[in-house]
Design a protein around this ligand. Sequence first.
Ligand code: NAD
Ligand code: TYD
Length: 339
Amino acid sequence: MKILITGGAGFIGGNHVHYTIEKYPEDTVICVDDLTYAGNMETLEPVFGCKNFHFEKADIADKTAIRAIFEKYRPDCVINYAAESHVDRSIENPGVFLTTNILGTQVLLDAAREFNVSRYHQVSTDEVYGDLPLDRPDLLFTEETPIHTSSPYSASKAGADLLCLAYARTYKMPITISRCSNNYGPYHFPEKLIPLMIINAMQDKPLPVYGKGENVRDWLFVTDHCRAVDLIVRKGTVGEVYNIGGHNERTNIVVVKTILEQLGKSEALINYVTDRPGHDMRYGIDPTKINKELGWFPDTNFETGLSQTIEWYKNNTGWWQNVLDGEYQKYYEKNYGAR
Ligand code: NAD
Ligand code: TYD
């Protein structure tokens, strides 16, 4: 199978590229990424030498470039991870979120339709369901929960989902969608909660907790997400939406204190800061459908996954130091530009 993975220089897409190359050496992976601030070629270093790996630097919203890539490789399957994905940045600058997340999805869908791909998979998020109250732990997002977004990020992801469903119905395209909860693990960009807290704690810098730290996120180890997407692509039913999550709800303050404890650092590093505008209170996924229909369950529990993640950041200081000092953005030209 020839699989075109967009956003493969990012956190989850990068992990999905590693996962696919390792698990399916007979498959070909074409990674398309525009290397925005969130894209990091160093994340793809482990697969550079692989004969079945190809990299194309392109903007998914660039119709001409995307069409040329589809013509060159004629992929069987498309998995769209590429997105502007950081809620805080969407509050500062919503425009690019609409361009990449909605128009980029449309460009990919049009190319997938023209080149008759046998599966287009849209990687979406549980944030399209909005949030849940803190005092109703019995409530969870199911695939039937109405779309009800809070941030420009989640609104743009919801727009893309609706477009995918419309293309599936109108053009009878073989489309699937997955909506996952918050991921954590290796190669996570250091401005997101878990990597930021690990890196700051390791450097004895303050840990900025929004509001009172009482917001709840439902955490999933990144490889479990990639495995679920792979399963949906290979075994899932066309036209369906699948929630992905592992019942791992934690308040932010509990996550931060667990990180401090695992690193042997003092809670005095915690610094409560002004809350995020429109901050979603709680996310909680009901994964019953993917459990029952595809037999998917997470392999990694939160405690194990978090300690593996902390170990990874301890052992890969070069990766995140290059992000912090901006070196990673020179990597493509320096090491890959001439290939
Ligand atoms: P990320 O921000 O780490 O990576 C996004 C990647 O997309 C980067 O490599 C970036 O360079 C690339 N990209 C951005 N705009 C592009 C464009 N116009 N053209 C081509 N490439 C472009 O994001 P992530 O955390 O890995 O998330 C990947 C996907 O999973 C996103 O669609 C996100 O909505 C979804 N998701 C993320 C989470 C999470 O917890 N991180 C949870 C559920 C769903
Ligand atoms: P984040 O990692 O940005 O993911 P998302 O907004 O997609 O859930 O944030 C996770 C939670 O952590 C969210 O409730 C906001 C909070 N948070 C902080 O308290 N401090 C921080 O510095 C960051 C980045 C996030």
